[in-house]
Design a binder for this molecule. Structure first.
Ligand code: THU
Length: 131
């Protein structure tokens, strides 16, 4: 187990704001950007289930709305209050690949403070890109 990441308390705070009346599965994400900002995201569900937005994409797209561009998302920290460490879904991996360096880190924590860290390239090898 690693020392607590400085973004972890913020990811926990974001998880508490998750809107999850359907799954009750609360995810929080905290990211740092090249603009020096820290931006939070939580999952936001909808009665039309596929409309649901994941915490990671919520944070990344909010960062873009605040000025971030490809390569500017420096790191993503995720928190889920579960026994196992959760790994990001496929759609979020593709969006990470668009806005993060392939070597940038994504770290996910569980309720016990255990974590896994991956690079973006490890999460999505040979990703689709038009850039
Ligand atoms: N979810 C995330 O927010 N991030 C992930 O990486 C995996 C899944 C959310 C979507 C949905 O609200 C709930 O978790 C259950 O799938």
């Amino acid at each position: 187990m690693k020392a607590e990441h400085k973004l972890l308390p913020l990811a926990k705070q974001a998880a508490q704001r998750a809107y999850t009346p359907y799954s009750k599965f609360q995810v929080g994400a905290a990211i740092s950007t090249a603009q020096g900002e820290t931006i939070l995201g939580c999952n936001v569900e909808n009665a039309a289930y596929p409309v649901t937005l994941c915490a990671e994409r919520n944070a990344i797209t909010t960062a873009v709305a605040n000025g971030a561009r490809p390569g500017d998302i420096l790191e993503v920290v995720i928190f889920v209050d579960t026994e196992e460490v959760v790994s990001p879904c496929g759609a979020c991996r593709q969006v990470m690949s668009e806005f993060m360096s392939q070597q940038a880190n994504v770290t996910s924590y569980n309720r016990h403070g255990e974590s896994k860290t991956w690079t973006v390239a490890q999460l999505l090898p040979d990703s689709f890109s038009l850039l």
